[in-house]
Design a protein around this ligand. Structure first.
Ligand SMILES: [Zn+2]
Length: 403
């Protein structure tokens, strides 16, 4: 709190020095008494120094004239209010600037963008959208406005408009965003599937594939679509491929694999399928075993075997077993079951996923990080990270609040 007002004081000092220097220069050339800041403006600065922001805002709003010397200070203060989360004050200051007929076009555009930022910060997305659209055609803030519009449409789940905006951004020289666009198509496909509109879902998934090849989310949804359309055999190779190439998505793959095999009447093949996949590498085997433990789907012999191998070779788990179980305890199915239950409990009570971009942690998987809005950036925590508190006997505290 105090640090922000130090920032405010710096802005204020800058404003006063700037005004004084300008005035001195003007006095030395062509004196213009009308350039003196109004008493309301000076009173506003005084309130600011005395940490009375509401009175300061009122005084600034009353100030009759807005000129080059005072407008920059008002922008700086508006931005400061916004950063502090005082969006009401920021909105009032920027709205007031926009009503000023004497404001030049450059500052009017700046005020429009600043007000849009205030609305975004306040969660008033419809108002922000209106202003951003007005800035997105041309001008200094065009690119920034288009980027912010993407954010608005993502929040509002208006995926088609988000796709359009990305296309415009690419046309004006911004890097193409095939990953984001592929996810938008997947969001649309998932919505169509929820409405049992399978032809539309198929179209959207084809669009996602055209945008981004080797796209695991698209493959998972295509598998879902195949099962929904009574063609589970088509889902199996898709799911195997995702499981092998993207072990971090084992939690998404495993339940779908069980469902697809069941739908195909090939449940008995689960153990062999998993063994074949696990044979491709330790990372895949560990990810599948860990996903099975967390999903509590160990009833199948194939999954129990995977879990047994996993428990034997995962050092954190081995240490835990040695610490918790009496010496010489045999790792039979009953002990293994109890151990997996304890692991599952621990996994479910802790944030299991973390964003590699911003560190946001959550108990569930998100395709888009709720913290920094990056796509495909959440990764499951390694068992070592997750089990550390069990081994140390103290609860784990995530770096960021859990979702
Ligand atoms: Zn993030």
């Amino acid at each position: 709190m105090r640090a922000s007002w130090v920032e405010g004081a710096l802005i204020l000092t800058g404003a006063i020095v700037g005004w004084y220097a300008t005035r001195r220069w003007r006095i030395g050339t062509t004196p213009t008494p009308s350039r003196l800041p109004s008493s309301d403006y000076l009173q506003g600065l005084n309130y600011l120094v005395n940490e009375q922001p509401d009175r300061a805002v009122e005084a600034f709003l009353r100030a009759v004239a807005v000129d080059r010397d005072t407008v920059e200070t008002q922008f700086a203060l508006g931005a400061l209010f916004r950063r502090r989360g005082e969006t009401d004050r920021a909105i009032r200051m920027h709205q007031n600037l926009m009503t000023r007929t004497e404001l030049d076009p450059v500052h009017r555009e700046q005020a429009t963008y600043a007000l849009a930022q205030d609305y975004l910060r306040a969660g008033l997305y419809d108002r922000a959208e209106k202003l951003l659209l007005s800035l997105s055609e041309a001008g200094t803030y065009r690119i920034s406005a288009l980027r912010d519009l993407c954010r608005v449409y993502e929040v509002e789940h208006d995926w088609e408009k988000a796709i359009e905006v990305h296309r415009v951004l690419a046309k004006v020289g911004n890097p193409a965003q095939p990953l984001a666009i592929a996810h938008y198509w997947c969001e649309l496909a998932a919505m169509a599937m929820a409405d049992a509109d399978y032809p539309t879902a198929r179209r959207h998934l084809a669009a996602a594939r055209a945008e981004q090849r080797r796209f695991p989310r698209g493959a998972l949804l295509r598998a879902d679509l195949a099962v929904a359309l009574g063609e589970p055999e088509l889902a199996l190779p898709l799911l195997k491929r995702v499981g092998l190439h993207h072990p971090a998505l084992a939690g998404e793959v495993l339940p779908r694999l069980v469902k697809a095999l069941k739908a195909a009447g090939r449940e008995a093949e689960l153990a062999a399928t998993l063994k074949e996949m696990a044979g491709e590498g330790r990372e895949v085997a560990d990810a599948l075993a860990y996903a099975a433990i967390v999903a509590d789907t160990l009833a199948s012999p194939g999954l129990l075997d995977l879990a047994r191998d996993y428990v034997r070779r995962e050092p954190t788990v081995t240490e835990l077993v040695q610490a918790l179980l009496p010496a010489g305890t045999q790792m039979d199915d009953e002990v293994l079951g109890r151990l997996c239950k304890a692991l599952r409990r621990q996994a479910l009570r802790s944030p299991r996923f973390q964003c590699v971009e911003c560190g946001f942690s959550s108990t569930g998987h998100f395709w888009q990080c709720p913290g920094c809005k990056s796509w495909d950036s959440l990764r499951p925590l390694s068992p070592t990270e997750l089990l550390a508190p069990l081994a140390n006997g103290r609860p784990r505290s995530p770096r960021t609040p859990a979702a």
